[in-house]
Design a protein around this ligand. Structure first.
Ligand SMILES: [Zn+2]
Length: 262
């Protein structure tokens, strides 16, 4: 199972481990923060991010973004590249090069897509280095500057380690990043048909405008019959048009960090 929202439970040890992970995830929301205050005059911006990532995100997803003058961030795990899972086929090396050259951001999601809750410091360091070298080998100019937690699970123990390795880390805690934000636990809202409708998307955009904040969406595949973790082109188009109607720039996470002075 590769999907970010899915965990399988096979025994007591796993249940206990999952419980520890949940507690660590909750603690990570509040501790070891990398606080950054958005400039008072900050204009709202939006980032579209894709995790894992399916070939449809690199295809239709990237095309839709480009058609609306935007670029996206793709949080990739080297072990999933070109692999089939229950719900989709992973994007190819060629697709990664194309995304990178078109100005999309290639970002880090661990190499083997293990939860940070199950990695000690040495194992996490190996995951990061393996992922960095995987993408460097595809194109030597690819630098992984930003990180997203697999399954959205942060770890209070790994958070300071990741802060040294990356400019930011993104979870799946919904909401707009506004006021004082935590660069090492960026909020992200689902662009996933099972979890949100067009009215829900509009509410996040309105909140971003009201607060001058940074709205981040996360998702996986982009398909007319999406997986439980993905969206339809129709929902994505709606979100892109919602940004256009509000004059909100559609930028990568790396570019958003530059704009907020982080
Ligand atoms: Zn993932």
């Amino acid at each position: 199972m590769f999907q970010c929202g899915h965990t399988s439970i096979t025994g007591n040890a796993v249940v206990w481990s999952a419980l520890q992970g949940r507690v660590s995830n909750r603690l990570a929301r509040h501790f070891r923060a990398a606080p950054h205050r958005l400039p008072a005059s900050h204009m709202p911006i939006v980032s579209f991010t894709f995790d894992d990532a399916p070939d449809s995100a690199a295809g239709e997803g990237a095309e839709l973004l480009e058609r609306h003058g935007g670029r996206g961030t793709f949080y990739l795990a080297g072990s999933l590249i070109g692999q089939s899972s229950d719900h989709w086929h992973g994007l190819s090396d060629d697709a990664i090069v194309r995304l990178h050259r078109a100005g999309h951001e290639i970002a880090c999601h661990t190499f083997s897509h293990k939860s940070s809750a199950n990695l000690d410091e040495a194992a996490m360091a190996r995951e990061i280095e393996r992922n960095r070298s995987y993408f460097r080998a595809i194109d030597s100019s690819i630098r992984l500057e930003n990180f997203a937690y697999p399954y959205g699970l942060a770890s209070v123990w790994r958070k300071p380690q990741l802060a040294k390795a990356f400019r930011s880390a993104r979870g799946i805690l919904p909401g707009v990043n506004s006021g004082v934000i935590d660069l090492q636990f960026l909020r992200a809202s689902p662009l996933i048909d099972r979890e949100i409708d067009k009215a829900g998307v509009d509410r996040y955009f309105d909140e971003a405008v009201a607060s001058g904040g940074w709205l981040i969406f996360y998702g996986h595949d982009v398909a007319s019959a999406p997986s439980p973790y993905g969206c339809t082109p129709d929902l994505m188009r709606h979100a892109l048009e919602a940004a256009g109607e509000r004059n909100m720039p559609i930028v990568t996470v790396a570019e958003a960090l530059r704009r907020i002075g982080a």
